[in-house]
Design a protein around this ligand. Structure first.
Ligand code: SF4
Length: 129
């Protein structure tokens, strides 16, 4: 078996076992597949690096080894709710003069009636709360 075949065989064993809720002890794989420890370990490490299996240290029959489990990839639904309502209330957000509005210009936030009224309303709401 070449490296790719070894990886595929290990992945299949681990995947099937994980589906059944069973554990795969790494040290038992070599005999099962008829491969040596070194090439098997290399294949397992490649699978771990690719994120296909997870390896956790365990003691099996008095010896340190690893428990292998298949990494299931679940698609997660992400729901993002952005509330723009507070921003939408600011008159500048929808103001057609915004590109020309700045200090020293005709349209000026320091003298703007719409912005001043908005800020006064918001301030009085806050005082009432
Ligand atoms: S300050 Fe007044 S004029 Fe300037 S962008 Fe805001 S609402 Fe428009």
């Amino acid at each position: 078996m070449n490296t790719k075949e070894i990886e595929e065989a290990i992945l299949k064993i681990v995947k099937d076992a994980t589906k059944k809720g069973e554990e795969v002890i790494q040290s038992t794989l070599w005999q099962r597949l008829g491969i040596d420890n070194r090439e098997g370990t290399r294949a397992v490490i490649n699978l771990v690096r690719r994120g296909l299996i997870k390896r956790e240290p365990v003691v099996y029959k008095g010896r340190k080894t690893y428990k292998l489990t298949y990494v299931t990839r679940k698609k997660m639904k992400l729901k993002l709710i952005v509330n723009l309502n507070p921003v939408m209330k600011i008159p500048c957000f929808t103001c057609r003069f915004l590109p020309r509005c700045s200090e020293g210009n005709f349209y000026n936030p320091q003298k703007c009636v719409m912005l001043t009224n908005f800020l006064r309303e918001e301030a009085s709401k806050r005082r009432r709360e």
